[in-house]
Design a binder for this molecule. Structure first.
Ligand SMILES: Nc1ncnc2c1ncn2[C@@H]1O[C@H](COP(=O)(O)OP(=O)(O)OP(=O)(O)O)[C@@H](O)[C@H]1O
Ligand SMILES: O=c1ccn([C@@H]2O[C@H](COP(=O)(O)O)[C@@H](O)[C@H]2O)c(=O)[nH]1
Ligand SMILES: [Mg+2]
Length: 276
């Protein structure tokens, strides 16, 4: 890549030198120069040291299900990088990017931003990071999002974490979040729940069918002959379940690629141990 960039720069320099004898600096040349600068900037940001594809976790769940809250705890405990698709889009709004106004309107309405744009923002963050494990929070929202990600990035996520939370609780949490989000109002929340049920559930079902889904909920308890199904749990109670999932992944070495043991070897060893 660097060699290609250097070659492109020297090509531009030599064509500028020959052109400057004939005409005023051409617009096309300026565009090419700007293009070259962009390539150099993006090449610098790219993570060339990464030999293996990063470990990607998609974090899904309805609005207010606790994705962001649990992601912060996973970051602290397991060293992931947290990329919230919603936060990346909100950053585009606050930085007055060319798509800012369209994104603002889409979020206000509780609709979904075009896939290419969101995938580009996520991909840029992953490629410029030194880390090799990521939580992609709140993405993909639709089957079209998912297909675009898999086509552009050329890979599926390693696992998908799904926070299953009752709607009543999600609405209560969103309406008392108090972070000044334009979509934290009853009308937009209703729309977001509709969009979640209609468009996000098929994505969850898809990954469930592929055996990649880890569902997080509070285990029912049995008291006498009554099965108690708690609506929700505290942040720490939920994290106890999340922690188990990531700890078991660590045991399987999925999160420590440098020490990774092929899954076949683990199964062979376990089978032999159990036979004894
Ligand atoms: N287990 C919990 N019990 C009670 N409140 C919680 C719990 N987890 C998170 N919250 C609170 O609920 C609100 C929503 O949580 P959070 O922002 O993590 O949800 P989210 O899934 O990221 O939502 P969104 O999709 O809207 O971004 C926050 O104010 C958070 O403090
Ligand atoms: O992949 C995505 C993620 C988010 N959006 C839009 O942003 C809001 C807020 O997202 P949160 O994950 O709740 O922060 C969401 O309702 C969508 O409007 C999106 O379009 N695509
Ligand atoms: Mg969130």
């Amino acid at each position: 890549m660097w060699r290609r960039v250097a070659r492109l720069s020297s090509l531009i320099r030599s064509s500028k030198a020959s052109l400057s004898n004939q005409i005023q600096p051409a617009n096309g040349l300026q565009i090419l120069e700007a293009f070259s600068t962009e390539i150099q900037k993006s090449a610098k940001g790219r993570n060339h040291h990464r030999k293996k594809p990063p470990f990607i976790t998609f974090v899904l769940g309805g609005p207010g299900s606790g994705k962001g809250t649990q992601c912060l705890k996973i970051v602290e405990t397991f060293g992931f990088t947290h990329l919230s698709a919603g936060d990346l889009l909100r950053k585009e709004i606050s930085s007055n990017s060319e798509n800012g106004a369209m994104i603002l309107e889409t979020i206000r309405e509780g609709n979904i931003v075009p896939s290419e744009l969101t995938v580009k923002l996520i991909q840029r963050e992953v490629e410029s990071s030194e880390n090799d494990k990521f939580l992609i929070d709140g993405f993909p929202r639709t089957e079209e999002n998912r297909q675009t990600y898999e086509r552009v990035v050329g890979a599926e996520p390693n696992i998908v974490l799904f926070f299953d939370c009752p709607e009543e609780e999600m609405v209560k949490r969103v309406l008392s979040r108090n972070q000044g989000r334009i979509d934290d109002n009853i009308d937009t929340v209703k729309k977001r729940l509709e969009v979640f049920n209609a468009l996000n559930r098929p994505v969850i079902n898809y990954y469930s069918g592929k055996g990649k889904l880890y569902k997080v909920f509070i285990q029912p308890t049995i008291q006498g002959s009554i099965v108690m199904i708690p609506a929700v749990g505290t942040e720490d109670e939920i994290f106890t379940r999340v922690r188990k999932i990531f700890t078991s992944l660590e045991v399987l070495s999925m999160l420590s690629p440098q020490f990774s043991i092929p899954i076949g070897v683990i199964l062979f060893t376990l089978t032999n141990l159990l036979r004894r």
